[in-house]
Design a protein around this ligand. Sequence first.
Ligand code: ZN
Length: 290
Amino acid sequence: MRPSACGCCVGFCAAFCAAFSPSRPPPAIAPAIDGLFRCEHCGSLITGERIKRRLRGGDVREHLYYRCANNHPGPEHPVVRWRAEELDDAIVEDLGRMRLPDREIADWFSHTLREVFTHEAEQRDRQQTILARRRAELTTTKDRLVRAFVSGAIDEGTLKAHTMELDAQMGEVNRGFEAGGDIDERRGDMAARLFDWTQNAAEDWRGSKIARKRSILEARSLNRRLSATSLCLEKRRPFRELSERPLIQLSRGDCPNFEPSRALAPFAAPFLGPPEPFILAADRLVRASG
Ligand SMILES: [Zn+2]
């Protein structure tokens, strides 16, 4: 039975239908996915196997399959066995789901993404300026208070009471500085760079060697499972958001009160704080290809 789409992987059917071609050489992904997928039914690793078949003319043709490595499956365990070409096309289909409908929308997204980070940095700078001014005011007030005490204008009790109040306000200011953090403007470049990559990720996969194929899969998805009939990839943020295209399409085309930040925020969010290791790894992957 040829695999078909499951509920969480809508869109793979077409890829599978177009996948099988007896004349096409098997893609070189045999070791690429070893250890990266688990069986949806029993959790065992998915491993590659090569099957040789003798043709009528006497030639021998080798086929690549991926199968559940569980050699003692229970009676309820279906056969999990995919042709390499089918799995390759399913992965390409999945990566292709990140691509926006056309170049114009993709350019708009990339451009607006950079603007989001510019806006965030400007907002952060304004807030930091306000906090710095307030910190200077509090320091000056505290100095005046001490001088007033030294000169005898106020007593020790008044000094202590006002000092406690000023220290409390200074604490709030310092917490504001910490909460504002430091927005590295290079994160905006990183976000735009990774977004641009997503628009060609499927082609990148097709043209990559094994090590890079593995890196692409690891960057894109947290968990990868294969059942008898479907490929299920648990996608990482921000790639998951791109695969959910309806949000972007509806936001841009049909909503009269379109707010770019609503469409972009889910993709931009992981870059506003310190990037997670997988994002840094994905960025290294993308830069390595540039
Ligand atoms: Zn299994």
